[in-house]
Design a protein around this ligand. Sequence first.
Ligand SMILES: Nc1ncnc2c1ncn2[C@@H]1O[C@H](COP(=O)(O)OP(=O)(O)OP(=O)(O)O)[C@@H](O)[C@H]1O
Length: 434
Amino acid sequence: MTEQILIALEGVGKTFTSAEGAPRRILDKVDFALQKGEIVALLGKSGSGKSTLLRIMAGLVPADGGRASYRARPIDGPAPGVAMVFQSFALFPWLTVQQNVELGLEAQGVPPAEREQRADAVLEMIGLAGFGGALPRELSGGMRQRVGIARALVTNPDVLLMDEAFSALDVLTGETLRNDILDLWDSNQIPTRGIVVVSHNIEEAVMMADRIIILSSDPGRIVSEVAINLPRPRDVDSPRVRALVDQVYGLMTMRPAPLVAAGAVPAPVQPDYRLPDTDIDRIEAVLDLVAQPPFDGRADLPKLAEEAELPDEELFPTYEAMGMLGLSQVESGDIMLTPLGMRYAGADQQERQEIFGRQLLANVPLAALVRERLTADESGTVSEQPFLELLEEHMESDEAKRTLEIAVEWGRYGEVYEYDYHLGRLKLPGLEPK
Ligand SMILES: Nc1ncnc2c1ncn2[C@@H]1O[C@H](COP(=O)(O)OP(=O)(O)OP(=O)(O)O)[C@@H](O)[C@H]1O
């Protein structure tokens, strides 16, 4: 059985040190095995540690807990059989396409004549025959990523790791390239025995993978796994694919851990919880969209994404914010407005702000803490600094700043507190400046 396993992670963890010197656990107790013959997609919210996990598998970042191995040997640096494709293409602009592709082979000490011949063959296979002499800037985005993929494939990798390899491309180009890779894989034109893809796109994951793994955030842990036993190529409109997309949407939009049984009261998040990065206009636009026909209060998430013309990674934080504020909940791939959410949709501006403020205080501990400190203070004003420091104990300083900005924006909208941008101070609403 073990010879079936290409990459094994056992109890893998990773802690980074923030710019302020505070440790932050990014990954915790991750157990994972990439089996021969499978494509695994790794999904999770932004910042959940997907890229870090992939980099650990690639030997680019060391794990600081647990064991990571490739073909039963500990991973202690980049392994020759493992190649990675990056979202940013990572091409050298001053080298030609041919030279960029040959780079990986040069590092392995392959003689020049063989390098040239192998690069020619892989460029032809990936649809870039005749472009060897071009510079990256002379190519379109899709062609540049083909070079990135050719550079990985020329090494005949046993394991291919792809970090959002298609997300910088327009939808159609990304889809074509993805299908080309699946064709090469399914027809055994490449010797690769296992693929791991990190993606933000649920549909892409369902179309590609044999198994989808979902990571939680803060710290990243594997919380769900979905097997996809469907032959490829898959029909994106087939009922099975749609049902799987719905299922994964449902798993991705669950409230943050700890997960609770239906009907139980969810444990409140802590004041140091990173607030979902979305703004009020977007929350209200999505809520209004769900409230209106054809959805009338309940929307299939993929259909809603289509209607909203927004990508999943922008919609997920919005769903999370709406759920956090008690305005909606997600169930089996659908988002449903709660009775309060429906009332919100029909309310005038003033009532909306009142509901928002009440829900904020009841459900967002950071906002409640700010308000509590303000009412306890004689002057009714407090510096933002202690809140930033509290957040920085648990996240990077730019993320702490962003979380506080979101809490400020939400609090101002709900008329729970105000913020003086010049002084960096929070204050109770209606207080005259002194
Ligand atoms: N070298 C590093 N030093 C400190 N913090 C880091 C480092 N690399 C990543 N991080 C932090 O670790 C967290 C996880 O990052 P990672 O890129 O692995 O997440 P991700 O799930 O791939 O995110 P995204 O989907 O946005 O690309 C982030 O908060 C990031 O700021």
